[in-house]
Each structure stands twice: as C-alpha cells, then as structure tokens.
Design a protein around this ligand. Structure first.
Ligand code: SAH
Ligand code: SF4
Length: 370
C-alpha cells in the first residue's frame, strides 16, 4: 500500500496539521500573505480548535477560500465513538485512505490524558494484543498522530494536559514521525514534553535515538516477562533484542535524559504472574540499577489469544507485594478507561465485525473534519 506523504493529502492539497508555525507562515508568505497570517492560521489549528478554514473567522473570506483551494487541515474523520459512564471516550478515527485507528480520551480529576496510535496495526505481533494479531498496514504520518489529539481536544470541554503513545502500533518503529509529532505537540499545542509518554515494546535503536533526541519525554517499557524465553513467546519482536540489550538501552536513556522509566508488566494468569517471576523481575531491574515504577496491567481478554486468561486478584496482590518488598513501587492499572486504553485494537476489530457492535457503540454519520 502506498503511504500518504507527510505533506500531501489524497486530494493533492498540502496538509497543514503537523507543521510548525514557521512552516505554515512560510507557506502563506509564498502565497503573498503577510507573516502574521501564518501565526493566525497556526493559532486556529493548534490552540483554537478549528476543524476547517471556515472556522477561522478573523481571516478575510477571500483568504479562507484561497486556503481551501490550496491546503487541507488533514484532520481525521470520526467513524465511531464508544463512551463509558466515567467519561472515558474511545474513538475510531479514519484517514483519507480509509484506514482507521483508535484513540482514547481519559479525563481524570486533575488532568486530561489522551492515548494516541502511531501505526495502523502493528508489526510486532504480540500474542496477547488485538492490534498485534490484526497485522500491519502502515505508519501514521506525524500529521495523523497530532490530528488525533486535535480531534479529541475539539470534542472536549477540558484542556488536554497529557498524552500517552500507547494506542495501536509500536511508536519506535515509526521513529521520525513520532518525534516530529512530539515536537509539534510540545511547541505548538503547548503540552509540556514531560507530560508526554512514549511506550515501547523494546526497540533498542529507537530507545537510544530517543535518548539522544533531547526531548524530555517519559519512556515506558513494556517488559511483560522477566526472562527471554517467556518474553519471546509473548513478543515475537523480543527475538530481535534480548532483555539485556533492552536494559542496557534503558540505562542509557535514564543517564542521558535523567528521567525515570516506567516498566509495564502485563499480568497473564498462570503465564507470568507467579511470585517467583515477581522476584526475578525485581532482581532484573535492581541488578541493572534502573529506577522507575512498575505498572501492572491485568490481561484484558482478546478473542484470538486462546488460552490466555486474566490473573486472579490474589495473584495480582502477591505479585505486587513481592515487588514492593524490594522497594519497587508497583502501581496497578485499574479498570475504567485504562482497560479500554490497554485494549487498544479491540474497537477497530469490533468495527470490522459490524454486527457484533457493542450497543454503546454508535455509528456516526457525518465526518467531523473537513
Ligand atoms: N507498542 C507499544 C505501545 C502500544 S501497546 C507497546 O507495546 O508498549 C500499549 C499497551 O497495551 C502495552 O503496554 C501492551 O502491553 C498493552 N496491551 C496490549 N494488549 C493488551 C491486553 N490484551 N490486555 C491488557 N493490555 C494490553
Ligand atoms: Fe504492537 Fe504494542 Fe500490541 Fe505488541 S503490545 S503488538 S508492540 S501495539
């Protein structure tokens, strides 16, 4: 499948979302406009929630039509939304080539977070993950990554303060577009880079490159097993980089950025949730002298992964206590939106099996973006 280029939509119009104020200004001055028009347009896109040039009410009408002829904002279109009573909303968003990804809006008392996808599908093929089991289509452009956030900001009355790159796809397999999107979200949308988290399955060259990129984002490592044998069964990509190589890269990351990591550990009943495995995990992290919390994620049922089941509450408790004995802080990803977020890939799967839609999942008729 041909990839959409970063700057051109299917219509041949140049996409503005994902570009910096300076780049937008250059495009507009090339059209004979004064520089402040570029700042106005960028302000509308990133901070004032425009979904079309028509929304940019302080631009002259003639300029709005000229912009419409030459450019497109390039925001994704809404295909479905699934709202939970606690305020969590999961969106299925479509790009011009018709491919879709999931994005999740997660409101908390003190902050509002969103979960972004970085690829359509994922080539890592993790056996427990709906996305990984569904194959891989293509990388998202940085415009498409930023577009998810802008879309959700537009839908929300509250300001988005945090973003986690934990949706569909492996961010570090799409390094350049991910880094470009982090920069735009930081400098244009105005979310602190410290409030952005990139989650990786352990792509060693990507971890090193991110460490060198001078972006103080948080790195979350999906570890899921304390030894290579088990890890490689769960994560086929694990065969490419073993745990020692990943730990070395993580240590490099903490030293370069002076930031702690988060370790994600998916608990699968009877597979990786024993007290002995908790002890091995603690020893591993302590031996490598890697600071950071362990985030325990109880396995969320995925249809295709026959044989996997959720851990019992008792097993979760014992695993957690064992980690804490070694001084490691272990948090548990609780139900509500986090489970929705953890199970990214499932909404898209549901959408593919139209007749099995969840009753709360309402098809949406008209696209919200231009
Ligand atoms: N590719 C990256 C980021 C996206 S996956 C990574 O793997 O880190 C985001 C998170 O969802 C990962 O921590 C993954 O372990 C978790 N996840 C995937 N399938 C899940 C399932 N069935 N139940 C619970 N969490 C799951
Ligand atoms: Fe890809 Fe992450 Fe799913 Fe593994 S868990 S298949 S890396 S999205």
């Amino acid at each position: 499948m041909a990839e959409l280029s970063e700057t051109e939509s299917k219509t041949g119009k140049e996409i503005l979302v994902g570009k910096s104020t300076a780049e937008i200004t250059k495009l507009l001055t090339d059209c004979g406009q004064p520089a402040y028009r570029g700042q106005q347009v960028a302000g509308w896109i990133y901070r004032r929630g425009a979904v079309s040039f028509g929304d940019m009410t302080d631009l002259p009408l003639a300029l709005r039509s000229e912009l419409l002829e030459k450019f497109t904002l390039g925001l994704p279109e809404l295909r479905h939304r699934d709202a939970a009573p606690d305020g969590t909303v999961k969106y299925l968003l479509a790009f011009p080539d018709g491919l879709t990804v999931e994005s999740v809006y997660l409101p908390y008392q003190q902050r509002v977070s969103v979960c972004l996808s970085t690829q359509v599908g994922c080539p890592a093929g993790c056996t427990f993950c709906a996305t990984g089991q569904g194959g891989f289509a293509r990388n998202l452009t940085s415009a498409e990554i930023v577009g998810q956030l802008l879309f959700m900001q537009r839908e929300s009355e509250r300001r988005i303060s945090h973003a986690v790159y934990m949706g569909m796809g492996e961010p570090l397999f799409n390094f350049e577009n991910v880094v470009a999107s982090l920069k735009v979200i930081g400098s244009e949308v105005g979310i602190s880079l410290r409030n952005l988290t990139v989650s990786t399955v352990g792509v060693v060259p990507g971890i090193e490159a991110l460490a060198n990129s001078d972006l103080p984002v948080t790195l979350a490592l999906s570890l899921h097993a304390p030894d290579d044998d088990l890890r490689q069964q769960l994560i086929p990509t694990g065969r490419k980089w073993n745990i020692s190589e990943i730990m070395r890269a993580c240590r490099y990351y903490t030293r370069q950025t002076r930031r702690n990591l988060t370790f994600e550990y998916l608990l699968i009943g009877g597979v990786n949730d024993s007290v002995e495995q908790a002890r091995k995990l603690a020893t591993l992290l302590n031996t490598w002298r890697l600071p950071g919390n362990v985030n325990l994620i109880p396995f969320n049922y995925v249809e295709t992964t026959s044989g996997f089941k959720r851990p019992t509450p008792e097993a979760i408790k014992l695993f957690r206590e064992e980690l804490e004995k070694t001084g490691r802080v272990a948090t548990q990803r609780m139900t509500r939106g986090n489970v929705i977020a953890a199970a990214c890939g499932q909404l898209r799967r549901k959408a593919a099996e139209v007749q099995q839609f969840d009753i709360r999942l309402e098809p949406v008729g008209s696209p919200a973006a231009e």
